[in-house]
Design a binder for this molecule. Structure first.
Ligand SMILES: Cc1cc2nc3c(=O)[nH]c(=O)nc-3n(C[C@H](O)[C@H](O)[C@H](O)COP(=O)(O)OP(=O)(O)OC[C@H]3O[C@@H](n4cnc5c(N)ncnc54)[C@H](O)[C@@H]3O)c2cc1C
Length: 427
C-alpha cells in the first residue's frame, strides 16, 4: 500500500504529539505508532516536567543540568532549552494540561540534582495526564491521520534524502511518502532485562539509522534509574519516582542504615546502590517515606501508593525495596538545534535523538522538556520550509525479512561493542 503525506511522524509520545500539534493545520500529517496511542514512555512519566522557574532561574537551571550531565553536555543547547522552557509549558497549559496548583499558583517540586523547586507535575502521573490531553487535541485536528499498530522497518531513501518510511501493519507493507519525516520513536529499554521502559521500545530507528550511515552520537551514554521497585516477577520494572526523594524519602541498606545523600544526581545515587548491593550481597535496598504524613503521601503519590499496595507494600508504613534499572538513553541520533539529522529531510525528536542537552547523565524531568522544546523547534522549521519541498515516489525492491532481522540485532550489537560492562543487562 502507498500513502502520501506532507509530514510523516513516527511515534506518539510527547515528542511526536507535540511536533504534530505545532505543525500548521494546512499541512496533511500522518502520525504512526508501533502499538496503541498510549504505549510509550511518555505515558509512564511520573515526576513531572522541569522548567526555569522564572528568567532569573535560567542560569541556575543551566548549571544544574551541566552539573548532572558531568559537563559532557552542549552548553549552548542547555541554555537554549532552559530559555525556551517557559514557552512550551505555556503552550501545554493552553492545550488544557492542568499542572497541580494551589489557589491559582502552580506548585513546583524538586528532584535529585535540582538546586530549587522547578518541576511542574500532575500528581504522580504527569505523563498520563499530559498525553491524554494531547491525544484529545490531536483527535480534534482534521489534518492529522493516525495509524496504530504499524512498525517502522525502513526509511525510503534517495541519495541521503529521506522520502518517507516503510511500515508493517498486520503483516502487510505500507510505504508512506512525505516531504519531511520525523522520528520520535523514543528509547531502548526493551533491549534490557531490567528496565522501567515500555517493552516495545527496542531502538528500531537506531538500527535503521546505522544501516543508512545516519550519524549517531554518545552511543555509550545509558542512564540507570536508582530506584525501580524490586520484584522478581514483573516484566517492566515499576519506577519509584525521584520526587519521593525530593520530598524527603530516605535510602537505607538492608540493615536500616542510610548510605547516600538521596538528592545527588541519578548516576551517583545509582552507583552507591550498586556498591551497596555488591558489598552486602543483596538484591535490593530500601526507600523509606513512611515518616511523612500518611494523607499527604496518599494524595501526592497516588499511583506509587496504589501500585506498591498491589505488591503488598503500604508505603505509608513500609520501606520500599528498590534497585537500579535501565531508564533512559542520552545517546541517539545526532541532531542540530532544529532536530535535523545528518540525512536530508529527516528529523529526530525526543529520546531517540541526541541533542547534547543531557551530557552523560540526564537531570531528572529534563526529558519531557527536551521533547517539547525540540518538537516545537522542529515543527517551526518544517512550517517555514515545507513550501519548497516536493513528494518524490521511488520504486525500491526490498528484502523485508532480511531488513527486520538486521534491525533486531544491529543496534544491540553496536551497544555491546561500546558498553561491554553492561553485557549481562542486555537481552
Ligand atoms: C517510568 C518512567 C518515568 C519517567 N518519568 C519522567 C518524568 O517524570 N519526567 C521526564 O522528563 N521524563 C521522565 N521519563 C522519561 C520520559 O518519559 C521519556 O524520555 C520521554 O517520554 C520520551 O518521549 P518520546 O516521545 O521521545 O518517546 P516515547 O514517549 O517513548 O514514545 C515513543 C513512540 O515511538 C513509537 N515507536 C517506537 N518504535 C517504533 C517503530 N519502529 N515504528 C513505529 N512507532 C515506533 C512508540 O510506539 C511510541 O509511540 C520517564 C520514563 C519512564 C520509563
Amino acid at each position: 500500500m502507498k500513502l502520501i503525506s506532507d509530514v510523516l511522524i513516527v511515534g506518539t509520545g510527547i515528542a511526536g504529539l507535540f511536533t504534530a500539534l505545532n505543525l500548521s493545520e494546512n499541512l496533511n500529517i500522518t502520525i504512526v505508532t508501533k502499538s496503541t496511542l498510549t504505549d510509550s514512555n511518555s505515558y509512564l512519566a511520573q515526576g513531572g516536567i522541569s522548567t526555569a522557574y522564572d528568567v532569573n532561574d535560567i542560569e541556575d537551571f543551566v548549571k544544574d543540568t551541566l552539573h548532572a550531565g558531568n559537563f559532557k553536555n552542549n552548553p549552548s543547547i542547555v541554555y537554549m532549552v532552559a530559555k525556551e522552557s517557559r514557552d512550551v509549558i505555556d503552550t501545554l497549559i493552553n492545550f488544557e494540561v492542568k499542572f497541580d496548583s494551589l489557589n491559582g499558583q502552580l506548585l513546583y517540586t524538586k528532584e535529585g540534582g535540582h538546586s530549587k523547586n522547578r518541576i511542574l507535575h500532575h500528581k504522580d502521573y504527569t505523563g498520563k495526564h499530559v498525553i491524554d490531553t494531547l491525544i484529545t487535541k490531536l483527535k480534534s485536528r482534521k489534518n492529522i491521520k493516525i495509524l496504530k499498530n504499524s512498525t517502522l522497518v525502513d526509511l525510503i531513501v534517495k541519495e541521503n534524502k529521506c522520502l518517507g518510511g516503510t511500515f508493517i501493519k498486520n503483516n502487510k507493507l505500507i510505504d508512506i511518502y512525505s516531504k519531511y519525516t520525523v522520528l520520535a520513536t523514543g528509547g531502548i529499554g526493551g533491549l534490557f532485562k531490567n528496565s522501567t521502559n515500555a517493552r516495545i521500545l527496542t531502538g528500531d530507528a537506531l538500527s535503521i539509522s546505522l544501516r543508512y550511515g545516519i550519524k549517531l552520537k554518545d552511543i555509550e551514554y545509558i542512564q540507570f534509574h536508582p530506584t525501580a521497585l524490586y520484584n522478581k516477577t514483573s516484566e517492566r520494572m515499576f519506577l519509584i519516582s525521584e520526587s519521593l526523594r525530593g520530598e524527603g524519602a530516605i535510602l537505607k541498606n538492608i540493615y536500616g542504615q542510610r548510605f547516600v545523600n538521596e538528592l545527588l544526581p541519578r548516576d551517583k545515587v545509582a552507583n552507591k546502590i550498586w556498591n551497596e548491593l555488591k558489598e552486602k550481597n543483596c538484591k535490593f535496598v530500601y526507600l523509606d517515606i513512611s515518616h511523612l504524613d500518611k494523607n499527604y503521601i496518599r494524595n501526592r503519590f497516588p499511583l506509587i501508593y496504589n501500585t506498591c499496595l498491589e505488591y503488598g507494600i503500604d508505603i505509608t508504613k513500609d520501606p520500599i525495596p528498590v534497585r537500579p534499572a535501565q531508564h533512559y538513553y542520552m545517546g541517539g541520533i545526532e541532531v542540530d538545534e532544529f532536530s535535523r539529522t545528518s540525512m536530508d529531510n529527516l528529523f529526530a525528536v525526543g529520546e531517540v535523538s541526541c541533542t547534547g542537552l543531557h551530557g552523560n547523565n540526564r537531570l531528572a524531568s529534563n526529558s519531557l522538556l527536551e521533547g517539547l522544546v525540540f518538537g516545537k523547534r522542529c515543527s517551526d522549521y518544517i512550517n517555514k520550509n515545507i513550501s519548497s519541498q516536493k513528494i518524490e515516489v521511488l520504486k525500491v525492491d526490498k528484502n523485508i525479512d532480511e531488513i527486520i532481522l538486521e534491525n533486531k540485532n544491529l543496534f544491540r550489537n553496536t551497544l555491546r561493542k561500546h558498553r561491554s560492562d553492561i553485557n549481562d543487562e542486555l537481552i
